[in-house]
Write a protein that binds this ligand. Structure first.
Ligand code: ADP
Ligand code: MG
Ligand code: MG
Length: 308
């Protein structure tokens, strides 16, 4: 079981005199749990997601974002050494954060022509696995391996571009099977995966792709920012079904960022948090989301004001 632990996180816009946006965010999400992060526009929800992801527009000025791991988080055979169980994501590159099992939204490579969804997903999965192996490789092994590269006498890499999968990589055939399994779980149409990335997915299809990518990468924790925005009710139900499957089938913990209560009718949260002015102002169970639906956010602000 993995735990994402955000404590006293402070961040500002990364420019001269940049505005402070996060003013001490505390939040803990375990694998298998669904947390809803709600709050009015401009309260800092997306900034929280982007800071977890390592977005360069923000500078972290205090606090920590830790991931705690244990054996089993990366499958039965993957042992996690005692000194590599806790990582501060803030010290890592975005792709390293992903490799440790934190999924931070769909990366849309708009520039790539003629690449199908299926090829893109397989590449993303292999890149993640390779990055993870590097993070957990012990240093002696790494050194031995670096002497054993495919270089010719002049130092050019002679590895074939295509061909059989490298050691530890998911082959085309293995990937086809994995994809089929996941698409069945998500109740997605098979034609989806064979479409080209630049084929102009609709807003709703992009959201479904985001869920599919999370299903393929099998993260311990997925941060989904407004995945419900702009969806009609049918698409909302499809996407919700997918999110529930992430939790139920692979034990992914979900941090579901949303302005509206609507999606929480389909993806029932275990915990609900309200963000105000760059802090978590209130936390509770599903009943908190219902109260927000009925009464809006003003009473939370009044509560906080009275307590201060
Ligand atoms: P939410 O997702 O809760 O609506 P955001 O995290 O997007 O809120 O934004 C919080 C506040 O920070 C807003 O006032 C927004 O204008 C400001 N903000 C966010 N990102 C930037 C940025 N890159 N540059 C300047 N201001 C920003
Ligand atoms: Mg937002
Ligand atoms: Mg850094």
């Amino acid at each position: 079981m993995a735990v994402l632990e955000i404590s006293n996180l402070h961040a500002e816009v990364a420019e001269e005199g940049g505005e402070t946006i996060l003013e001490g965010v505390d939040l803990e999400v375990e694998s298998g749990e669904i947390h809803a992060l709600m709050g009015p526009n401009g309260s800092g929800k997306s900034t929280t997601a982007k800071v977890i992801a390592g977005h360069p527009a923000y500078e972290v000025t205090g606090g920590e974002v830790l991931i705690h791991l244990e054996d089993g988080d990366f499958g039965e055979d993957f042992e996690i050494p005692a000194d590599k169980r806790t990582w501060n994501l803030l010290d890592l590159e975005p792709n390293e954060r992903a490799a440790l099992g934190v999924f931070l939204g769909f990366q849309y490579p708009a520039e790539i022509e003629g690449v199908t969804m299926v090829n893109f997903l397989r590449t993303a999965l292999n890149a993640k696995l390779e990055e993870r192996d590097e993070l957990f490789e012990d240093e002696d092994e790494a050194e031995a391996e670096s002497e054993d590269t495919n270089e010719d006498a002049a130092g050019y890499d002679t590895s074939p571009m295509e061909g059989p999968a490298d050691e530890g990589e998911v082959s085309v055939a293995e990937f086809q099977q994995l994809l089929q399994e996941k698409m069945e779980q998500l109740d997605m149409d098979e034609s989806f995966a064979n479409r080209y990335l630049n084929a102009g997915f609709s807003g709703g299809e992009k959201k479904q792709n985001e869920v599919l990518q999370a299903a393929i990468l099998e993260p311990s924790i997925a941060v989904l920012d407004e995945i419900d925005s702009g969806l009609d009710i049918d698409r909302l139900q499809d996407v919700s079904k997918g999110i529930n499957a992430l939790r139920d089938e692979q034990g992914t913990g979900i941090l579901q960022i949303t302005h509206y209560q609507r999606i929480l009718d389909y993806v029932e949260p275990d915990h609900v948090h309200v963000m105000l002015d760059g802090q978590i102002a209130k936390s509770g169970g599903p009943e908190l989301a219902e109260k927000l639906e009925d009464e809006g956010y003003d009473w939370v602000r009044e509560d906080v004001f009275e307590a201060a």
